[in-house]
Design a protein around this ligand. Sequence first.
Ligand SMILES: Cc1cc2nc3c(=O)[nH]c(=O)nc-3n(C[C@H](O)[C@H](O)[C@H](O)COP(=O)(O)OP(=O)(O)OC[C@H]3O[C@@H](n4cnc5c(N)ncnc54)[C@H](O)[C@@H]3O)c2cc1C
Length: 240
Amino acid sequence: MPSYQLTLTRKHTVAEDTLAFYFEKPHDFSFKAGQCARLILIDPPQTDGEGNGRYLSLASTPDELELMVATRIRNSAFKQVLSSLEPGAKVTLKGPYGDFTLPEQPPKSVVFITGGIGITPVRSMLLQAMAEHYEQPMTLFYANRRPEDAAFLDELTQACANSAHCTLVATMSKAQQSSLSWQGEQGYVDQAMLERYLDDLSAPVYYLDGPPELVAAMKKMLSQAGVSEDQVRTEEFAGY
Ligand SMILES: Cc1cc2nc3c(=O)[nH]c(=O)nc-3n(C[C@H](O)[C@H](O)[C@H](O)COP(=O)(O)OP(=O)(O)OC[C@H]3O[C@@H](n4cnc5c(N)ncnc54)[C@H](O)[C@@H]3O)c2cc1C
């Protein structure tokens, strides 16, 4: 798998304890929306049992000029060193990997179900589909504890508001613990919530990603709702 040296151009907070990192895109690097890469720190001052690299989804779209990844900053050596990098710092990227991507032939409709940092490949796919003028309906169910935890929520809300083909359903499971007011859906994504927004649950192709427990729960819910396994694509963020 090819490997590239990237230069960090900027970083900024996209949700509580969540940073987006932007890198210069090498001229010979290309990827499909939804794919991931392995980001490897070069000579980090500290390391841990998981080593100096992690798989991270490419949250930028193939058309965007920079490469962007986003991650929850926790206390692993990798995350601590990554969050301390300043513009100009170099990292190694290997990839792209994965087939959690939109099909060549657009399906009748697409539903994304994700939670927390699982939004990263979905941001890429959703915005790329809009850039390519997808005319099929796309619905994003995006679950978080509180609005403060929801990376890219404002950006995606705005993008969907400007599109005739996109519906964004954000839901908060702990809205009462937020300092922001929340008027949207509350609780977990379940069959009843899907039925409030989708005419026919068996029609769309579903994309599920995020922490393995969330993916497993959503897969089970779709199966119980009668959705065929062939209609479901998944990507587990192993390590969460
Ligand atoms: C295809 C793919 C795409 C991915 N995309 C992304 C992405 O876009 N963004 C992203 O952030 N991650 C993504 N991940 C997950 C990522 O690779 C890491 O595993 C994850 O970010 C955790 O890394 P870490 O350094 O915080 O913890 P690690 O050191 O890797 O964690 C090791 C173990 O310790 C546990 N652990 C570590 N810290 C804590 C803590 N504070 N509290 C509780 N348990 C803890 C973890 O649950 C895990 O079991 C992706 C993974 C895959 C496979």
